[in-house]
Ligand binder design. Sequence first.
Ligand code: PBG
Length: 335
Amino acid sequence: MRLTVAPTPISRFRRLRKSASLRALAQETTLSVNDLIWPVFVRDGNNLREPIASMPGVERRSVDQVVRAAEEAAELGIPALCLFPYTDPAKRTEDCAEAWNPDNLANRAIRAIKAAVPEIAVMTDVALDPYNAHGHDGLVQDGCILNDETIEALVKMSLAQAESGADILGPSDMMDGRIGAMRAALEAAGHKDVAIMSYAAKYASAFYGPFRDAVGATAALKGDKKTYQMNPANSDEAMRLIERDLAEGADMVMVKPGMAYLDIIHRAKTIFGAPTYAYQVSGEYAMIKAAAQNGWIDGERVMLESLMAFRRAGCDGVLTYFAPEAARAIRDGRA
Ligand code: PBG
């Protein structure tokens, strides 16, 4: 028997796409400069900006030039910078002691930004990879990355960063129990208002390649990080990690990498409703830049589309090397 279709009006979704004003009225998600966190690489020296070959447009900056970046962020309305030090190989040791040196690069950069542009929020990286010769995020013994011993080091590192004036600590190490230990130590030391953005769901990803180059850990890394970073095949585990880190005192949670993990972001935001961020990592940046430089894609449009996608998936903000470029596109009405 042939079914007859009821004579309902055709649903014409195209009505609301007819003009820019109707599209604007129907737009569900927005991208604003308030959603951007700008990761910046710090090196020693003075008045230096050194290009990173695998990340076109990104530079390692001496502390004075990091302050210039903070000023640029303030002008553009970007709320936060996140600092990643390129540590002199001579200061990389087995015990990673440079990590909690109050005068290390990261801590000097925090103080310099806070002195010059106090309204910019400063986020840090809490992990040991810039401070040893093997490129792992923790202390290593007989080829194993030690969990609890690493946490003691991370706590010392966190306190030095808080002391220097950091607003947000970003533990990217993936040791178990570090959030609780850091939170307790911050409370005990009187740093009750220092926020923690946990790299809660950080995957053992090939997308970090250019970053390891930027912080000088590419040649160094022995093996891989699969015993502490997550298996890209897992999603339930990410929810359990986020739940655990929030319970231990994280204020914000991050999913990393970004574009290949939008399902994780969406699930996390839906379940927990916590302030949720993504890290659009070095490899994602490099892919877009490389294709744009070859003339294969429109780099600015792909950048803006990718950032909007993070927002649509549920992100409150995105760490992205595109931050200043995106902020200018937003300011000039191209977003
Ligand atoms: C390590 C760290 C990494 C990144 C941020 N912190 C690399 C890694 O885990 O090996 C990657 C960021 C990027 O790729 O842009 N503490």
